[in-house]
Structure formats: C-alpha cells, structure tokens
Design a protein around this ligand. Sequence first.
Ligand code: HEC
Length: 144
Amino acid sequence: MKIKTIIATFGVLFSVHAMADVTNAEKLVYKYTNIAHSANSMYEAPSITDGKIFFNRKFKTPSGKEAACASCHTNNPANVGKNIVTNKEIPPLAPRVNTKRFTDLDKVEEEFTKHCNDILGADCSPSEKANFIAYLLTETKPSK
Ligand code: HEC
C-alpha cells in the first residue's frame, strides 16, 4: 500500500511538468530509490557501479538469444547505439549528451517498463532502474 501511495503521489507531481531532461532523470532516480527503499530498507542509495554492471550484463532475451543492454546501446550510453535486430541507429541514452531523453516522464516510465519486458522478459526492479539511471547520468562523453 505504501508503495502505491508513493507512486500515486509522484505520478501527480510528475505529470504536471515536462521539464528539462537532467532534472527529470534525477527525479526518477530519487523516485525509484524511494520505492526500492520501502521494499527493502537495506537499499539506501543508488549504486552507479551496479548500474554499469546491469547495463553490461548478459541475459537471455524472451526470444532465447543472449544480449546485454550494451549489445544495442554500446558499452557507453553516451554513444549512438545500433539495434542488433533492425540495424537502426539509436540516439544516445545519456541525458547529458542527448537532451531529448527524459523530457516526458510519463512516457519514459511507460517505455522503460515495456522495454524491460521486451528485453528481460520482466519489468526491471525499482533498484535496477534507480541504479541504471544514476549510471546514465555519469556518462557525458561519447567514446567514438
Ligand atoms: C535489441 C536492442 C536493444 C537492447 C538489447 C536494449 N535496448 Fe534499449 N532501446 C532500444 C531501442 C530500439 C530503443 C528505442 C529508440 C530510442 O529510444 O532511441 C531503446 C530505448 C531505450 C531507452 C529510452 C526509452 C525512452 O523512452 O527514452 C532506455 C532507457 C533503454 N532503451 C534502456 C535499455 C536497458 C536498461 C536495456 C537492458 C536491459 C536495453 N535498453 C536493451 C534497443 C535495445
């Protein structure tokens, strides 16, 4: 119940403004950290290291293939990525490089959940999301 209240409260706050990307990304980190913390009080702060490990970790996609987030997004989220399925370019995920990321929070949350389901076969956990976005915020330079 507690978590639902948090979601409802933030949902209202966040749908009002479509604000600048980096601020939004930081808000999402804060929000997911709170949710993760109420589910597990041992989780107190996002881990950039764990976010990076998550991003590069290989997992089985629902189609049975092995892939990591990095397979399409490259091992640096500040880089332009390439979809391994369609070969199409993917604009950088890092909000400090791609200012179009995280502009519409409602859309980001929806897409993030859908994307996790597509790729991992399940939604990413709040702690994974907090760690991952915290990590994205640290990547500022494309490596190619
Ligand atoms: C098979 C290729 C592929 C893999 C693997 C992949 N992605 Fe993506 N990702 C995409 C595509 C395509 C898009 C949509 C294009 C865009 O937003 O620029 C995208 C978009 C995103 C977005 C932006 C969503 C938004 O609304 O702006 C995030 C965040 C993201 N991916 C995170 C991840 C994470 C985390 C993983 C690993 C669990 C992952 N991706 C694995 C292809 C992939």
